[in-house]
Design a protein. Structure first.
Lengths: 271, 326
């Protein structure tokens, strides 16, 4: 194909993939009579939808919950996955490779299999209706991130570590003062991936959160959809305004951290 | 093997690993090193026991009981499994799930491959297009569900508006039971970007010399694609096929957000979008039938394990790995 043809095709693709975003923002700024009109620009211009949905539901609380849960999930996943990955990358001991095989196998394990028993565990602990189950599992490392960070640690020049070992540095010092700073790009990848995962997840909030004050943004958005969407009050402009509010932070996160998302995506491939 | 921009470094890592293994023969592993290693792994070992292995055994036992969280579990043998075999909703859910997977996985792969080839040919300046392609992946699935309930709407939706330009009368994607699953597949293709980015990375690693050799032999672009490109990236394609299959057999969020939940319409539309994990979720957290839901979960586990095993078998025949070629 000629260059021009390629660029023309890409332009069409970009329009197709970009259109829903444009449509979302535009429709969220239309009044009820025009929300279905698919016009590119909102006429009449009704930014009041955002004020109205903000008043109708506790969006600020939900955003706060999502930020708190997202940060807890991302910090926990990054810290402990780095710890475990370092263990796999830097030490030799019997059973290590078999254990790493188990880590890889859990990546393939369907999450649906442990959904019920893990819920019952949190229930037994009396925490099944709190936000804790949304992030606390990350305190024990996460298979994909362990795999990803192990790759980073293996890629670090081993001479530096050998020299430090000869100098008598403890394993903990090797980890905190050498490995972590050097693996910073990898840590950022894990952090932004998990932040995105926690921000967008609906499954766990559906299982665990009962009180609307505890809802994260996706769970709240589901409530908005149920109340104002089809079969509800049919006020789609409010649903779309809330959807835009939930989406914009992720778009910004991607624009800031695009490199890291791409890097994390292309490192997924393990054989 | 790891693909990507770090391919070179990852290979270096493999070499380091080999050197270490060679060294291991000479140097006996010190007890101190083993102890330190295990300490670093401790969080994962605890988590594995508490949130993976333990729960799996627990759920295996639960699947042999009736348990509603009010009374203690009562042992019922294989009753739950027998019930699952004749449960009409399990049949519906399985059919829906397989139907979705069979459409979604190949469509996703073909589209991602096409988009990645386009991006590859664009060369420099493809960055902008890569961004646009990847952005949908960032959208929260519930927002996606809300948007596509309208975009796929039979009367007002932009998708049918687009089809109308070409004289097609689009179906009622969100209400006609026949079209609900195809509609969900169309929607799932909007988030093809991450797979496309993965393929792009794989494409850039196919050696240019192979294309040159093929061109010298007078191979058409189509033959080049079949004989150079596809073998070169078949490992990556296979990997995404396996992972996407496992994921789409567990499809839940978008369909649940669109057709289930508080709204009281569990009629025809609900049935057409009743996927396996949605059924499991409803049995567990709607009807509190924890034993039955655990049996459903193990059923899914077996189905996924069998399908993955078949895919591994097929890969031996069709997938070329770099190491084996030269």
């Amino acid at each position: 194909m000629k260059r021009v043809g390629v660029w023309a095709a890409l332009l069409v693709v970009a329009l197709a993939f970009g259109y829903p975003f444009w449509w979302l923002v535009s429709a969220s700024l239309k009044d009820r009579a025009h929300v279905f009109d698919n016009a590119l620009l909102p006429r009449p211009f009704s930014p009041g939808n955002y004020v109205e949905v903000w008043r109708a539901v506790p969006l600020l609380t939900w955003i706060g919950n999502s930020v708190a849960v997202g940060l807890a999930a991302a910090v926990a996943a990054t810290a402990t996955s780095a710890l475990v990955a370092f263990g796999f990358a830097m030490f030799r001991f019997p059973g290590r490779n078999a254990l790493f095989g188990v880590v890889l196998a859990t990546m393939m394990l369907p999450a649906a299999v442990t959904m019920v028993p893990v819920y019952l565990e949190w229930h037994a602990l009396g925490l099944a209706t709190t936000q804790i189950p949304l992030w606390a599992q990350n305190l024990f490392g996460s298979a994909f991130y362990i795999f990803l960070l192990r790759q980073f640690f293996l890629g670090l020049p081993s001479e530096v570590f050998d020299a430090a070992k000869v100098d008598g540095a403890s394993a903990w010092r090797l980890f905190t003062s050498m490995a972590l700073p050097l693996a910073k790009p990898g840590l950022v990848v894990v952090f932004v991936f998990e932040l995105k995962a926690a921000w967008t997840d609906l499954v766990k909030p559906l299982i665990y959160l009962r009180e609307p004050e505890l809802y994260t943004l996706p769970r709240g958005l589901k409530a908005v959809l149920d109340r104002f969407g089809e079969g509800g009050e049919e006020q789609w402009e409010l649903v779309l305004a809330a959807s835009a509010i939930a989406t914009v932070p992720m778009v910004l996160l991607f624009l800031v951290a695009q490199r890291h998302f791409v890097r994390g995506t292309v490192t997924q491939h393990v054989e | 093997m790891v693909v990507g921009e770090r391919g070179g470094r990852a290979e270096g890592a493999v070499v380091v690993g080999r050197a270490r293994r060679a060294r291991r023969g000479a140097v006996t592993v010190s007890g101190r090193e083993a102890r330190a290693g295990w300490l670093f792994l401790l969080p994962w070992v605890i988590g594995f026991v508490a949130f993976t292995a333990g729960p799996m055994l627990f759920s295996l036992w639960l699947s042999l009981t009736h348990y509603d969280m009010l009374k203690p579990p009562t042992f019922v043998g294989l009753d739950n499994y027998r019930e699952a075999l004749v449960d009409e909703r399990v049949g519906t859910a399985l059919w829906n799930t397989v139907f979705f997977t069979v459409l979604h996985v190949p469509a996703q792969i073909v589209l991602a491959l096409g988009l990645a080839s386009l991006l590859r040919r664009a060369g420099r300046g493809s960055g902008f297009f890569r961004t646009v392609l990847y952005l949908p992946v960032m959208t929260p699935p519930v927002a996606l569900a809300a948007m596509f309930l309208l975009l796929l709407n039979g009367q007002h939706g932009a998708v049918n508006g687009f089809l109308g330009w070409f004289g097609f009368q689009g179906p009622n994607w969100t209400t006609d039971p026949v079209w609900i699953k195809p509609g969900l597949v169309v929607m799932s293709l909007w988030t093809v970007g991450s797979t496309a980015v993965l393929y792009l990375a794989a494409l850039t690693r196919v050696p240019v010399e192979r294309y040159e050799a093929a061109r010298l032999d007078g191979a058409s672009p189509w033959r080049q694609f079949w004989h150079v490109t596809l073998p070169g990236i078949s490992g990556t394609v296979y990997f995404t096929a396996v992972v996407n299959t496992i994921a789409s057999l567990q499809v839940f969020t978008e369909a649940y957000a669109m057709f289930f939940g508080a709204r009281a319409k569990q009629s025809a539309e609900g049935d057409a979008a009743l996927f396996y994990v949605i059924h499991l979720f409803q049995e567990a957290f709607g009807s509190l039938r924890m034993g039955y839901a655990s049996a459903l979960a193990w059923g899914l586990f077996v189905v996924i394990a069998v399908i993955t095993a078949v895919q591994v078998r097929l890969s031996r025949r069709y997938v070329h790995y770099e190491g084996e070629r030269s």
